[in-house]
Design a protein around this ligand. Sequence first.
Ligand code: FAD
Length: 465
Amino acid sequence: MLPNHSPWIKQLKRTRPVVPLDKNVSSDVVIVGGGIAGVTTAFFTLRNTNKTVILIEANKIAHGATGHNAGQIASYFERPLSDLVEKFGVKLAIDGQRSIESAWILLDQIVAEAKLQTPLYRFTGYAGLSKFDQVVLHLKNNRYRTDHGLIPESIILADHWDRLADIPKEFKDLYSLATQKDLLQLLETNNVDYIACLSYQKGCMNSALFSEELIGYLIATYNDRFTFYEGSPVTTVRLKGSKASLEVLTYVVETEQVVLCTNGFENFSILNELGVDIDTEFHHSVSGRIGYMSGYIEPLNNPPTAISYFPKTDQYSADPTGENYFYLTRRPHEHEGKNSYNLVCAGGPEKVLPNGAVYLSEDTYSEDARFLIDEFMRSNYDKHPKETEYSFCWHGLMGYTPNGIRLIGPEPCNPTLLYNLGCNGVGILPSIFGGMHISRFLNNEKVEQSIFDPHDQRSENQPPR
Ligand SMILES: Cc1cc2nc3c(=O)[nH]c(=O)nc-3n(C[C@H](O)[C@H](O)[C@H](O)COP(=O)(O)OP(=O)(O)OC[C@H]3O[C@@H](n4cnc5c(N)ncnc54)[C@H](O)[C@@H]3O)c2cc1C
Protein backbone atom coordinates (compact mmCIF):
# COMPACT_ATOMS: atom_id res chain seq x y z
CA MET A 1 0.00 0.00 0.00
CA LEU A 2 1.68 3.20 -1.17
CA PRO A 3 0.91 6.51 0.55
CA ASN A 4 0.22 9.66 -1.49
CA HIS A 5 3.78 11.01 -1.43
CA SER A 6 4.46 14.13 -3.51
CA PRO A 7 7.98 15.52 -4.05
CA TRP A 8 6.59 19.06 -4.13
CA ILE A 9 5.04 18.83 -0.66
CA LYS A 10 8.23 17.22 0.65
CA GLN A 11 10.25 20.23 -0.54
CA LEU A 12 8.10 22.69 1.41
CA LYS A 13 9.85 22.06 4.73
CA ARG A 14 7.11 24.02 6.44
CA THR A 15 7.76 25.58 9.83
CA ARG A 16 4.86 28.06 9.89
CA PRO A 17 2.07 26.91 12.22
CA VAL A 18 -1.46 26.53 10.87
CA VAL A 19 -3.49 29.50 12.14
CA PRO A 20 -7.25 28.87 11.80
CA LEU A 21 -9.87 31.60 11.89
CA ASP A 22 -10.64 32.36 15.57
CA LYS A 23 -13.08 35.30 15.37
CA ASN A 24 -15.60 37.05 13.12
CA VAL A 25 -13.72 39.17 10.55
CA SER A 26 -14.42 41.29 7.46
CA SER A 27 -12.62 42.55 4.37
CA ASP A 28 -13.31 43.98 0.91
CA VAL A 29 -12.42 40.71 -0.82
CA VAL A 30 -12.35 37.11 0.42
CA ILE A 31 -10.45 34.53 -1.60
CA VAL A 32 -11.39 30.91 -0.87
CA GLY A 33 -8.64 28.38 -1.63
CA GLY A 34 -4.89 28.64 -1.13
CA GLY A 35 -3.53 26.83 -4.20
CA ILE A 36 -1.63 28.66 -6.91
CA ALA A 37 -4.90 30.20 -8.15
CA GLY A 38 -5.82 31.67 -4.75
CA VAL A 39 -2.30 32.88 -3.96
CA THR A 40 -1.74 34.56 -7.34
CA THR A 41 -5.26 36.06 -7.19
CA ALA A 42 -4.26 37.53 -3.81
CA PHE A 43 -0.98 38.80 -5.29
CA PHE A 44 -2.62 40.65 -8.20
CA THR A 45 -5.54 41.91 -6.09
CA LEU A 46 -3.20 43.38 -3.48
CA ARG A 47 -0.86 44.74 -6.15
CA ASN A 48 -3.45 46.21 -8.52
CA THR A 49 -6.16 47.43 -6.11
CA ASN A 50 -6.18 49.04 -2.67
CA LYS A 51 -8.66 46.51 -1.27
CA THR A 52 -8.26 44.52 1.92
CA VAL A 53 -7.99 40.79 1.29
CA ILE A 54 -8.56 37.68 3.40
CA LEU A 55 -7.48 34.31 2.00
CA ILE A 56 -9.11 31.26 3.57
CA GLU A 57 -7.73 27.75 3.06
CA ALA A 58 -9.45 24.60 4.34
CA ASN A 59 -6.20 22.69 4.78
CA LYS A 60 -2.71 24.12 4.18
CA ILE A 61 -1.41 26.42 1.45
CA ALA A 62 -0.63 24.50 -1.78
CA HIS A 63 -1.60 21.05 -0.49
CA GLY A 64 -4.29 20.54 -3.18
CA ALA A 65 -3.62 20.04 -6.91
CA THR A 66 -0.87 22.66 -6.65
CA GLY A 67 1.12 20.26 -4.45
CA HIS A 68 0.25 17.13 -6.45
CA ASN A 69 0.75 18.01 -10.10
CA ALA A 70 3.49 17.34 -12.66
CA GLY A 71 4.93 20.83 -12.19
CA GLN A 72 5.16 21.36 -15.92
CA ILE A 73 4.62 24.91 -17.15
CA ALA A 74 2.72 24.56 -20.39
CA SER A 75 0.51 26.95 -22.33
CA TYR A 76 -1.86 24.61 -24.13
CA PHE A 77 -5.47 23.80 -23.33
CA GLU A 78 -6.40 20.15 -23.01
CA ARG A 79 -8.61 20.85 -25.98
CA PRO A 80 -7.32 21.62 -29.49
CA LEU A 81 -7.21 25.25 -30.61
CA SER A 82 -9.30 24.30 -33.67
CA ASP A 83 -12.03 23.04 -31.30
CA LEU A 84 -11.96 26.32 -29.41
CA VAL A 85 -12.32 28.19 -32.70
CA GLU A 86 -15.38 26.12 -33.54
CA LYS A 87 -16.92 26.73 -30.13
CA PHE A 88 -16.07 30.40 -29.57
CA GLY A 89 -15.12 31.79 -32.98
CA VAL A 90 -11.60 32.73 -34.13
CA LYS A 91 -11.21 35.99 -32.23
CA LEU A 92 -12.16 34.73 -28.78
CA ALA A 93 -10.26 31.46 -29.24
CA ILE A 94 -7.04 33.18 -30.33
CA ASP A 95 -7.38 35.82 -27.59
CA GLY A 96 -7.82 32.99 -25.05
CA GLN A 97 -4.71 31.21 -26.25
CA ARG A 98 -2.77 34.48 -26.20
CA SER A 99 -3.97 35.16 -22.64
CA ILE A 100 -2.57 31.87 -21.39
CA GLU A 101 0.75 32.50 -23.14
CA SER A 102 0.87 35.98 -21.59
CA ALA A 103 1.00 34.30 -18.19
CA TRP A 104 4.68 33.51 -18.81
CA ILE A 105 5.33 37.25 -18.49
CA LEU A 106 3.09 37.48 -15.42
CA LEU A 107 5.05 34.62 -13.87
CA ASP A 108 8.32 36.46 -14.53
CA GLN A 109 6.79 39.59 -13.04
CA ILE A 110 5.78 37.79 -9.84
CA VAL A 111 9.19 36.12 -9.49
CA ALA A 112 11.01 39.43 -10.04
CA GLU A 113 8.82 41.61 -7.81
CA ALA A 114 8.60 39.14 -4.94
CA LYS A 115 12.25 38.08 -5.42
CA LEU A 116 11.24 34.41 -5.29
CA GLN A 117 13.97 31.77 -5.08
CA THR A 118 11.88 28.78 -6.20
CA PRO A 119 13.81 27.25 -9.12
CA LEU A 120 12.13 27.78 -12.47
CA TYR A 121 13.52 25.95 -15.50
CA ARG A 122 12.66 27.06 -18.99
CA PHE A 123 13.39 25.02 -22.12
CA THR A 124 11.96 23.70 -25.36
CA GLY A 125 9.52 20.89 -24.63
CA TYR A 126 8.63 18.12 -27.06
CA ALA A 127 5.64 15.95 -27.90
CA GLY A 128 5.74 12.75 -29.94
CA LEU A 129 2.83 11.85 -32.23
CA SER A 130 2.21 8.40 -33.68
CA LYS A 131 -1.02 8.74 -35.70
CA PHE A 132 -2.03 10.53 -38.87
CA ASP A 133 -5.09 12.18 -37.27
CA GLN A 134 -2.98 13.61 -34.45
CA VAL A 135 -0.58 15.15 -36.98
CA VAL A 136 -3.36 16.71 -39.06
CA LEU A 137 -5.00 18.10 -35.93
CA HIS A 138 -1.78 19.81 -34.84
CA LEU A 139 -1.21 21.17 -38.34
CA LYS A 140 -4.72 22.59 -38.31
CA ASN A 141 -4.02 24.25 -34.96
CA ASN A 142 -0.77 25.60 -36.37
CA ARG A 143 -2.65 27.10 -39.31
CA TYR A 144 -4.75 29.11 -36.86
CA ARG A 145 -1.63 30.08 -34.94
CA THR A 146 0.28 31.38 -37.97
CA ASP A 147 -2.74 33.09 -39.54
CA HIS A 148 -3.60 34.96 -36.35
CA GLY A 149 -0.25 36.12 -35.05
CA LEU A 150 0.57 33.42 -32.48
CA ILE A 151 4.02 31.83 -32.52
CA PRO A 152 3.59 28.48 -34.33
CA GLU A 153 4.63 25.16 -32.83
CA SER A 154 7.56 23.61 -34.62
CA ILE A 155 6.37 20.38 -36.26
CA ILE A 156 8.90 17.89 -37.63
CA LEU A 157 7.73 14.83 -39.56
CA ALA A 158 9.77 11.70 -40.31
CA ASP A 159 10.94 11.94 -43.93
CA HIS A 160 10.22 8.26 -44.66
CA TRP A 161 6.66 8.30 -43.22
CA ASP A 162 4.30 6.51 -45.62
CA ARG A 163 1.43 8.98 -44.93
CA LEU A 164 3.35 12.14 -45.93
CA ALA A 165 1.62 12.28 -49.30
CA ASP A 166 -1.81 12.27 -47.59
CA ILE A 167 -1.20 15.52 -45.70
CA PRO A 168 -3.50 18.21 -47.10
CA LYS A 169 -1.68 20.65 -49.39
CA GLU A 170 -2.79 23.69 -47.36
CA PHE A 171 -0.55 22.56 -44.49
CA LYS A 172 2.65 22.18 -46.54
CA ASP A 173 4.30 25.31 -45.12
CA LEU A 174 3.66 24.29 -41.51
CA TYR A 175 6.13 21.45 -40.99
CA SER A 176 9.66 20.36 -41.81
CA LEU A 177 11.15 16.92 -42.45
CA ALA A 178 13.94 15.06 -40.67
CA THR A 179 15.15 11.50 -40.38
CA GLN A 180 13.19 9.47 -37.88
CA LYS A 181 16.45 8.85 -36.02
CA ASP A 182 16.85 12.60 -35.37
CA LEU A 183 13.23 12.95 -34.41
CA LEU A 184 13.40 10.07 -31.92
CA GLN A 185 16.50 11.60 -30.41
CA LEU A 186 14.58 14.79 -29.62
CA LEU A 187 11.85 12.66 -28.04
CA GLU A 188 14.43 10.59 -26.13
CA THR A 189 12.78 7.38 -27.32
CA ASN A 190 13.61 4.29 -29.36
CA ASN A 191 9.96 3.64 -30.10
CA VAL A 192 9.61 3.82 -33.88
CA ASP A 193 5.84 4.36 -33.64
CA TYR A 194 6.56 8.09 -33.33
CA ILE A 195 6.58 9.78 -36.72
CA ALA A 196 6.17 13.41 -35.66
CA CYS A 197 7.72 15.69 -33.07
CA LEU A 198 6.23 18.98 -31.90
CA SER A 199 8.22 21.50 -29.93
CA TYR A 200 7.27 24.59 -28.00
CA GLN A 201 8.35 26.62 -25.00
CA LYS A 202 7.82 24.81 -21.70
CA GLY A 203 9.12 24.95 -18.15
CA CYS A 204 9.16 23.26 -14.77
CA MET A 205 8.71 24.48 -11.25
CA ASN A 206 7.44 23.28 -7.91
CA SER A 207 4.18 25.26 -7.88
CA ALA A 208 3.65 24.44 -4.18
CA LEU A 209 7.00 25.95 -3.20
CA PHE A 210 6.24 28.93 -5.43
CA SER A 211 2.85 29.46 -3.70
CA GLU A 212 4.32 29.03 -0.23
CA GLU A 213 7.09 31.53 -0.96
CA LEU A 214 4.61 33.97 -2.50
CA ILE A 215 2.40 33.82 0.59
CA GLY A 216 5.46 34.75 2.67
CA TYR A 217 6.00 37.78 0.42
CA LEU A 218 2.34 38.86 0.68
CA ILE A 219 2.37 38.63 4.48
CA ALA A 220 5.56 40.69 4.68
CA THR A 221 4.54 43.28 2.08
CA TYR A 222 0.84 43.84 2.76
CA ASN A 223 0.52 43.22 6.51
CA ASP A 224 -1.97 46.11 6.78
CA ARG A 225 -4.29 44.73 4.06
CA PHE A 226 -3.76 40.98 3.91
CA THR A 227 -4.64 38.17 6.32
CA PHE A 228 -4.84 34.49 5.71
CA TYR A 229 -6.10 31.50 7.62
CA GLU A 230 -5.34 27.82 7.13
CA GLY A 231 -7.26 24.88 8.60
CA SER A 232 -10.44 26.88 7.96
CA PRO A 233 -12.95 25.19 5.64
CA VAL A 234 -15.68 27.43 4.28
CA THR A 235 -19.00 25.60 4.64
CA THR A 236 -21.43 28.21 3.31
CA VAL A 237 -21.12 31.20 1.01
CA ARG A 238 -24.19 33.38 1.47
CA LEU A 239 -24.71 36.02 -1.23
CA LYS A 240 -26.85 38.97 -0.11
CA GLY A 241 -27.23 41.50 -2.90
CA SER A 242 -23.96 43.39 -3.06
CA LYS A 243 -22.45 41.73 0.03
CA ALA A 244 -21.61 38.22 1.09
CA SER A 245 -20.97 36.34 4.30
CA LEU A 246 -19.09 33.10 4.68
CA GLU A 247 -19.49 30.50 7.39
CA VAL A 248 -16.10 29.20 8.46
CA LEU A 249 -15.72 26.93 11.50
CA THR A 250 -17.98 28.67 14.05
CA TYR A 251 -17.31 32.18 12.70
CA VAL A 252 -18.64 34.53 10.05
CA VAL A 253 -16.59 36.45 7.49
CA GLU A 254 -18.30 39.50 5.95
CA THR A 255 -17.14 40.80 2.58
CA GLU A 256 -18.02 42.81 -0.53
CA GLN A 257 -16.81 40.15 -2.98
CA VAL A 258 -15.86 36.47 -2.81
CA VAL A 259 -13.47 34.78 -5.24
CA LEU A 260 -13.66 30.98 -5.36
CA CYS A 261 -10.25 29.49 -6.14
CA THR A 262 -11.19 26.01 -4.99
CA ASN A 263 -10.00 24.05 -8.06
CA GLY A 264 -13.55 22.81 -8.57
CA PHE A 265 -16.25 21.86 -6.30
CA GLU A 266 -15.66 21.10 -2.66
CA ASN A 267 -17.90 20.59 0.29
CA PHE A 268 -19.60 23.93 0.64
CA SER A 269 -22.96 25.46 -0.30
CA ILE A 270 -23.65 28.68 -2.14
CA LEU A 271 -26.87 30.37 -1.03
CA ASN A 272 -27.90 33.18 -3.34
CA GLU A 273 -30.34 35.36 -1.42
CA LEU A 274 -31.08 37.23 -4.67
CA GLY A 275 -33.15 34.20 -5.51
CA VAL A 276 -31.60 32.31 -8.39
CA ASP A 277 -30.08 28.92 -7.51
CA ILE A 278 -26.35 28.96 -8.20
CA ASP A 279 -25.38 26.06 -5.96
CA THR A 280 -26.82 23.13 -7.91
CA GLU A 281 -25.55 24.30 -11.26
CA PHE A 282 -22.14 25.18 -9.86
CA HIS A 283 -21.64 21.76 -8.31
CA HIS A 284 -22.85 20.01 -11.46
CA SER A 285 -20.68 22.12 -13.69
CA VAL A 286 -17.30 20.81 -12.51
CA SER A 287 -16.42 17.13 -12.55
CA GLY A 288 -13.42 15.48 -10.96
CA ARG A 289 -10.62 13.31 -12.29
CA ILE A 290 -7.80 11.85 -10.27
CA GLY A 291 -4.39 12.10 -11.93
CA TYR A 292 -1.54 9.73 -10.98
CA MET A 293 2.20 10.45 -11.08
CA SER A 294 5.42 8.55 -10.24
CA GLY A 295 8.92 9.95 -9.89
CA TYR A 296 12.46 8.68 -9.39
CA ILE A 297 15.81 10.20 -8.59
CA GLU A 298 18.78 9.85 -10.97
CA PRO A 299 22.22 11.46 -11.24
CA LEU A 300 22.25 14.95 -12.76
CA ASN A 301 23.40 13.74 -16.19
CA ASN A 302 20.74 15.23 -18.44
CA PRO A 303 19.28 18.75 -18.83
CA PRO A 304 15.74 19.67 -17.73
CA THR A 305 13.03 18.70 -20.19
CA ALA A 306 9.34 17.98 -20.64
CA ILE A 307 8.18 15.41 -23.19
CA SER A 308 4.67 14.17 -23.93
CA TYR A 309 4.01 10.95 -25.77
CA PHE A 310 0.83 10.22 -27.69
CA PRO A 311 1.09 6.44 -28.23
CA LYS A 312 -0.39 4.39 -31.02
CA THR A 313 -2.08 1.95 -28.69
CA ASP A 314 -4.54 2.68 -25.90
CA GLN A 315 -3.28 -0.21 -23.79
CA TYR A 316 -1.92 2.29 -21.25
CA SER A 317 -5.26 3.98 -20.59
CA ALA A 318 -6.36 3.66 -16.97
CA ASP A 319 -9.83 4.87 -17.81
CA PRO A 320 -11.34 4.73 -21.31
CA THR A 321 -12.77 8.23 -20.87
CA GLY A 322 -9.43 9.68 -19.79
CA GLU A 323 -6.73 11.14 -22.04
CA ASN A 324 -4.45 8.59 -23.65
CA TYR A 325 -1.11 10.31 -23.36
CA PHE A 326 1.83 10.22 -21.01
CA TYR A 327 4.21 12.98 -20.09
CA LEU A 328 7.49 13.21 -18.30
CA THR A 329 9.46 16.04 -16.79
CA ARG A 330 13.07 16.00 -15.69
CA ARG A 331 14.57 18.70 -13.54
CA PRO A 332 17.38 19.14 -10.98
CA HIS A 333 16.25 18.11 -7.53
CA GLU A 334 17.80 18.41 -4.10
CA HIS A 335 18.13 14.91 -2.64
CA GLU A 336 19.75 13.86 0.64
CA GLY A 337 21.04 17.42 1.03
CA LYS A 338 22.88 17.38 -2.33
CA ASN A 339 22.14 19.17 -5.61
CA SER A 340 23.67 16.53 -7.88
CA TYR A 341 20.42 14.77 -8.80
CA ASN A 342 17.57 14.94 -11.25
CA LEU A 343 13.97 14.08 -10.49
CA VAL A 344 12.22 12.33 -13.38
CA CYS A 345 8.43 12.38 -13.07
CA ALA A 346 5.92 10.66 -15.29
CA GLY A 347 2.16 10.75 -15.39
CA GLY A 348 -0.76 10.00 -17.61
CA PRO A 349 -3.24 7.65 -16.00
CA GLU A 350 -6.43 9.35 -14.84
CA LYS A 351 -9.58 8.06 -13.20
CA VAL A 352 -12.93 9.76 -13.33
CA LEU A 353 -14.32 10.56 -9.89
CA PRO A 354 -17.96 9.45 -10.00
CA ASN A 355 -20.53 12.20 -9.35
CA GLY A 356 -21.02 12.63 -5.61
CA ALA A 357 -17.93 10.59 -4.68
CA VAL A 358 -15.48 12.22 -2.28
CA TYR A 359 -11.78 12.46 -3.17
CA LEU A 360 -9.42 12.00 -0.25
CA SER A 361 -5.83 13.13 -0.59
CA GLU A 362 -4.89 10.57 2.10
CA ASP A 363 -6.09 7.65 -0.06
CA THR A 364 -3.34 5.22 -1.02
CA TYR A 365 -1.78 5.30 -4.46
CA SER A 366 -3.17 2.98 -7.15
CA GLU A 367 -0.85 0.05 -7.90
CA ASP A 368 -2.43 -0.14 -11.38
CA ALA A 369 -1.33 3.43 -12.10
CA ARG A 370 2.22 2.73 -10.99
CA PHE A 371 2.32 -0.33 -13.20
CA LEU A 372 0.98 1.56 -16.23
CA ILE A 373 3.47 4.40 -15.78
CA ASP A 374 6.37 2.00 -15.38
CA GLU A 375 5.33 -0.03 -18.44
CA PHE A 376 4.93 3.10 -20.47
CA MET A 377 8.28 4.54 -19.46
CA ARG A 378 10.04 1.25 -20.27
CA SER A 379 8.68 1.14 -23.80
CA ASN A 380 8.98 4.85 -24.55
CA TYR A 381 11.72 6.68 -22.64
CA ASP A 382 15.16 5.53 -23.77
CA LYS A 383 16.88 6.70 -20.57
CA HIS A 384 14.61 4.75 -18.27
CA PRO A 385 16.78 2.64 -15.94
CA LYS A 386 16.30 -1.13 -15.88
CA GLU A 387 15.69 -1.20 -12.15
CA THR A 388 13.58 1.76 -11.11
CA GLU A 389 12.85 2.59 -7.54
CA TYR A 390 10.13 5.21 -7.48
CA SER A 391 10.87 7.50 -4.54
CA PHE A 392 7.58 9.31 -5.07
CA CYS A 393 4.12 8.14 -6.12
CA TRP A 394 1.32 10.66 -5.80
CA HIS A 395 -2.14 11.57 -6.96
CA GLY A 396 -4.15 14.78 -7.17
CA LEU A 397 -7.62 15.99 -8.02
CA MET A 398 -8.37 17.93 -11.17
CA GLY A 399 -11.64 19.80 -11.58
CA TYR A 400 -12.91 19.75 -15.18
CA THR A 401 -15.42 22.28 -16.46
CA PRO A 402 -17.86 21.05 -19.16
CA ASN A 403 -16.08 22.94 -21.96
CA GLY A 404 -12.54 22.29 -20.68
CA ILE A 405 -11.88 26.01 -20.10
CA ARG A 406 -11.06 27.60 -16.77
CA LEU A 407 -13.82 29.79 -15.33
CA ILE A 408 -12.46 33.26 -14.62
CA GLY A 409 -14.77 36.13 -13.80
CA PRO A 410 -18.01 37.11 -12.05
CA GLU A 411 -20.97 34.77 -11.67
CA PRO A 412 -23.64 36.15 -14.06
CA CYS A 413 -26.44 35.46 -11.55
CA ASN A 414 -24.70 37.43 -8.82
CA PRO A 415 -21.40 39.28 -9.49
CA THR A 416 -20.60 39.44 -5.77
CA LEU A 417 -19.24 35.96 -6.44
CA LEU A 418 -16.27 35.44 -8.78
CA TYR A 419 -14.42 32.33 -9.94
CA ASN A 420 -10.84 31.47 -10.82
CA LEU A 421 -11.19 27.69 -11.00
CA GLY A 422 -11.43 24.55 -13.06
CA CYS A 423 -7.94 23.13 -13.47
CA ASN A 424 -8.74 21.09 -16.59
CA GLY A 425 -5.43 19.25 -16.52
CA VAL A 426 -3.19 22.21 -17.28
CA GLY A 427 -3.63 24.88 -14.65
CA ILE A 428 -0.42 26.63 -13.64
CA LEU A 429 -0.37 29.36 -16.30
CA PRO A 430 -4.20 29.61 -16.48
CA SER A 431 -4.35 30.13 -12.68
CA ILE A 432 -1.79 32.93 -12.90
CA PHE A 433 -3.55 34.61 -15.82
CA GLY A 434 -6.80 34.13 -13.87
CA GLY A 435 -5.36 35.91 -10.83
CA MET A 436 -4.46 38.97 -12.88
CA HIS A 437 -7.78 38.91 -14.78
CA ILE A 438 -9.79 38.74 -11.53
CA SER A 439 -7.93 41.80 -10.20
CA ARG A 440 -9.25 43.74 -13.22
CA PHE A 441 -12.86 42.83 -12.38
CA LEU A 442 -12.29 43.74 -8.72
CA ASN A 443 -10.84 47.06 -9.85
CA ASN A 444 -14.06 47.78 -11.81
CA GLU A 445 -12.15 47.91 -15.08
CA LYS A 446 -14.00 47.40 -18.32
CA VAL A 447 -12.97 43.84 -19.09
CA GLU A 448 -13.28 42.53 -22.63
CA GLN A 449 -15.34 39.40 -23.30
CA SER A 450 -13.33 36.16 -23.18
CA ILE A 451 -13.61 32.39 -23.42
CA PHE A 452 -13.07 32.29 -19.64
CA ASP A 453 -16.26 34.20 -18.81
CA PRO A 454 -18.61 32.19 -16.60
CA HIS A 455 -21.96 32.00 -18.31
CA ASP A 456 -25.40 31.42 -16.97
CA GLN A 457 -25.37 27.66 -16.43
CA ARG A 458 -29.16 27.61 -16.47
CA SER A 459 -29.25 28.20 -20.22
CA GLU A 460 -27.06 25.88 -22.26
CA ASN A 461 -27.31 27.90 -25.44
CA GLN A 462 -26.43 31.23 -23.93
CA PRO A 463 -23.17 32.66 -25.34
CA PRO A 464 -20.33 33.37 -22.90
CA ARG A 465 -21.03 36.41 -20.66
C1 FAD B 1 -1.82 14.85 -11.20
C2 FAD B 1 -1.89 16.27 -11.70
C3 FAD B 1 -0.96 16.70 -12.65
C4 FAD B 1 -1.02 18.01 -13.11
N1 FAD B 1 -0.04 18.47 -13.94
C5 FAD B 1 -0.03 19.75 -14.33
C6 FAD B 1 1.03 20.27 -15.11
O1 FAD B 1 1.99 19.58 -15.40
N2 FAD B 1 0.96 21.56 -15.52
C7 FAD B 1 -0.08 22.38 -15.19
O2 FAD B 1 -0.10 23.54 -15.60
N3 FAD B 1 -1.07 21.92 -14.40
C8 FAD B 1 -1.06 20.65 -13.97
N4 FAD B 1 -2.05 20.20 -13.15
C9 FAD B 1 -3.11 21.13 -12.79
C10 FAD B 1 -2.62 22.14 -11.78
O3 FAD B 1 -1.91 21.52 -10.74
C11 FAD B 1 -3.82 22.85 -11.21
O4 FAD B 1 -4.60 23.38 -12.24
C12 FAD B 1 -3.41 23.99 -10.33
O5 FAD B 1 -2.50 23.62 -9.35
C13 FAD B 1 -4.72 24.41 -9.70
O6 FAD B 1 -4.51 25.26 -8.70
P1 FAD B 1 -5.76 25.73 -7.87
O7 FAD B 1 -5.25 26.75 -6.96
O8 FAD B 1 -6.86 26.09 -8.82
O9 FAD B 1 -6.29 24.42 -7.12
P2 FAD B 1 -5.70 23.70 -5.82
O10 FAD B 1 -4.24 23.70 -5.78
O11 FAD B 1 -6.40 22.39 -5.73
O12 FAD B 1 -6.19 24.65 -4.66
C14 FAD B 1 -7.53 24.74 -4.26
C15 FAD B 1 -7.52 24.95 -2.78
O13 FAD B 1 -8.84 25.27 -2.37
C16 FAD B 1 -9.01 24.74 -1.08
N5 FAD B 1 -10.43 24.63 -0.80
C17 FAD B 1 -11.35 23.89 -1.45
N6 FAD B 1 -12.54 24.00 -0.88
C18 FAD B 1 -12.39 24.86 0.15
C19 FAD B 1 -13.28 25.35 1.14
N7 FAD B 1 -14.56 24.99 1.17
N8 FAD B 1 -12.80 26.21 2.06
C20 FAD B 1 -11.51 26.59 2.02
N9 FAD B 1 -10.63 26.13 1.13
C21 FAD B 1 -11.06 25.27 0.21
C22 FAD B 1 -8.32 23.37 -1.16
O14 FAD B 1 -8.01 22.87 0.12
C23 FAD B 1 -7.11 23.70 -2.00
O15 FAD B 1 -5.97 23.98 -1.25
C24 FAD B 1 -2.03 18.89 -12.65
C25 FAD B 1 -2.94 18.47 -11.68
C26 FAD B 1 -2.87 17.17 -11.19
C27 FAD B 1 -3.84 16.75 -10.12
